[in-house]
Design a protein around this ligand. Structure first.
Ligand code: C2E
Ligand code: CA
Ligand code: CA
Length: 601
């Protein structure tokens, strides 16, 4: 049946339908918009009750669908809280937003499982009236992880995982601020491993790296959680200690660190012993800024090293002068080759059977315009530390070979020339090349050159050094173990090394006429050398008793002030000429000896 009211009703119906349709359209558009964003969206009313949310929100917060369908807000919120690292902070923030509905908020939420969400929230208005709030959550876990990784890369030392220089500076800055507030002191300890370079060069960088890792582990054990241990670079570590009341308070810690580092390290079948030198500066007494504190701790460390290593020093103002001096010494040394400040002296080695000079040991001297004559004992180690030894060593080899060739050309030879080669230089892979150039450039035959190496310099990466020695031997160059008895004193290794000669260290020769132990040692070394068919030399022979003892026990060669100190090449030429004419070398007179002795000691 069609009534009058029909059409209008129909009209209304259509209108209502279309309003409903428009509303549905709005709602579906809204929902589609909500669902299309990558963020989790939640809308709550003025009472904090959930009005709507998108699927992403539910998934991000891992809320079961049933909770949402049943509008069980309490269950949902409890579920959320259980996942958070700091639920109290979360609740507190919600409280704040409830109390201040007009507030915007932007912060981060951390989860127990490591996820991190960014939360952005703004009030929802209708006609200037707040009717609720919209939250949007973004999962930034990956971005945060990458940021953290970048931060670690920029602030941590990759080898040890310790803070690097950048982070260390930041930590010291913080400690200074803290100490200012607390009226306390900060200690900056500068650790440097003694002779690490030697270990690194002899055992290889891999072992050096493992050693540094182990060192960092050991040092970590000595400090409190609130202190900082950082790697400054190379073999240098820094410890920063907070809440220090007086200087002496830190001595037990330094001792503990030094003792723990002195215990043997066992790395890849090598037993390595190690000492360390430590310099300390204190805030505020030794510096008010990070830079000054570090610089002064470094200067104190340098003094500890110069005072014989394996100890510690607290900074005092004059130490900077010493550090500056060390730098200028190294700079002068660098220039010395170009400025022709080095020269060689030669000391004869005498064969005891024939009483003839059979060899000349080349000994370097540095004549500096202001410093005067500098002993190799004072500069070789600096040259080794700075790498300059490579150039000095090359010059010594070349000059000594040329000199020996010159004596031969003058008809004074032939004798050998013995050149000291530093362990650092020996381990450079071009040593064979350098020796061979020195020989070919000078025209000296290889059999007239001896290379002197100390025991410690050929220990370690044995097979490489043995290969180098074999190459030198194949060329015809003689190999001498210098300062024998002072290093490892492991006679077994001698069999494996292709050496020709051993040189008994002068410390054993010195007391040979008085000390029964030294007598026994020298006798034993000679006997062993004879068994291994090696020539044996005693160095540092200063008097007749020593000579007699050595002669009686069949030592092959001697060297020392008793015959001649190291002398200039011209004087040495005269000795050779003298020998040529008279067939033997005369010992020094008593008076000559005394002059030498006083000068030398
Ligand atoms: P070394 O190789 O053991 O050299 C022997 C040292 O003993 C020399 O000291 C020599 O002057 C000294 N000497 C000689 N006879 C006697 C003596 O009768 N009594 C005493 N007490 N000493 C004596 P020097 O010339 O001061 O050299 C010291 C060290 O410096 C050398 O010890 C060597 O290790 C190093 N050295 C010297 N020249 C060179 C060089 O050209 N290259 C390298 N790498 N090292 C060098
Ligand atoms: Ca020597
Ligand atoms: Ca020696």
């Amino acid at each position: 049946m069609v009534t009058d009211k029909g059409p209008p009703r129909k009209k209304n119906l259509v209108k209502n339908e279309s309003i409903k349709n428009v509303k549905n359209l709005d709602a579906s558009l809204l929902q589609a918009t909500l669902e299309s964003t990558a963020d989790g969206i939640l809308v709550v009313n003025g009472k904090g009750k959930i009005v709507t949310c998108n699927q992403r929100f539910r998934k991000m917060w891992r809320i079961p669908l049933s909770y949402m369908k049943s509008s069980n807000d309490e269950k949902a919120i409890n579920h959320v809280l259980k996942q958070l690292l700091n639920p109290e902070v979360f609740i507190e923030k919600l409280g704040q937003l409830y109390a201040h509905p007009e507030m915007d908020c932007f912060d981060e939420i951390e989860f127990l499982d490591g996820r991190i969400f960014e939360r952005y929230s703004i009030p929802q208005y209708i006609n200037n009236e707040i009717i609720g709030r919209v939250f949007s959550f973004r999962d930034v876990t990956r971005r945060k992880q990458m940021e953290e990784q970048l931060f670690l890369q920029a602030t941590c030392d990759p080898l040890t995982g310790l803070p690097n220089r950048i982070l260390l500076r930041d930590r010291i800055n913080q400690e200074i601020k803290h100490a200012k507030r607390q009226h306390s002191k900060v200690a900056v300890l500068f650790f440097d491993l003694d002779r690490f370079k030697l270990i690194n060069d002899s055992l290889g960088h891999n072992i050096g790296d493992l050693l540094l890792q182990e060192v960092s582990q050991r040092l970590k054990k000595c400090i409190r959680e609130e202190d900082t241990l950082a790697r400054w670079g190379g073999d240098e570590f820094i410890i920063v200690l907070r809440n220090i009341d007086y200087r002496e308070q830190i001595i037990p810690l330094i001792t503990e660190c030094q003792e723990i580092l002195a215990e043997s390290f066992y790395i890849d079948h090598h037993s390595i012993t190690m000492t360390s030198s430590v310099g300390v500066s204190f805030y505020p007494m030794d510096g008010k800024s990070t830079t000054v504190l570090l610089k002064n701790a470094d200067a104190a460390m340098y003094t500890a090293k110069a005072d014989g290593r394996n100890n510690y020093r607290f900074y005092t103002p004059h130490m900077n002068d010493q550090a500056v001096e060390h730098l200028s010494f190294a700079n002068d040394l660098r220039k010395a080759l170009d400025d022709n400040e080095f020269f060689l002296l030669y000391q004869p080695l005498i064969d005891l059977k024939t009483q003839r000079i059979v060899s000349a040991e080349a000994l370097i001297r540095w004549s500096h315009p202001i410093r005067g004559l500098v002993s190799p004992l004072d500069f070789i180690h600096v040259a080794e530390e700075t790498g300059i030894i490579q150039f000095i060593g090359e010059w010594v080899l070349k000059t000594a070979c040329e000199q020996n060739k010159l004596w031969q050309k003058k008809g004074l030879g032939p004798i050998k020339v013995a050149v000291n080669v530093s362990g650092i230089q020996f381990k450079q892979n071009n040593i064979v090349q350098i020796v061979s150039s020195a020989l070919s450039d000078s025209g000296l035959e290889a059999k007239y050159l001896d290379v002197e190496l100390t025991e410690s310099s050929i220990m370690g990466n044995n097979h490489i050094y043995i290969a180098t020695m074999n190459e030198l031997k194949k060329m015809g160059v003689g190999l001498v173990i210098d300062d024998f008895g002072t290093g490892y004193s492991n006679l077994g290794y001698l069999k494996r090394f292709p050496v020709n000669k051993i040189k008994i260290d002068k410390s054993f020769v010195r007391d040979i006429s008085r000390d029964e132990d030294d007598k026994a040692i020298v006798q034993a070394i000679i006997a062993m050398a004879q068994q291994l068919k090696l020539r044996v030399v005693a160095e540092g022979v200063e008097n007749k008793e020593q000579l007699d003892f050595l002669q009686t026990h069949n030592c092959d060669e001697v060297q020392g002030y008793y015959f001649s100190p190291p002398i200039k090449s011209e004087e040495f030429g005269e000795l050779l000429l003298n020998q040529k004419n008279k067939s033997f070398i005369e010992p020094l007179s008593e008076a000559e000896f005394n002059i030498l002795h006083v000068e030398k000691d």
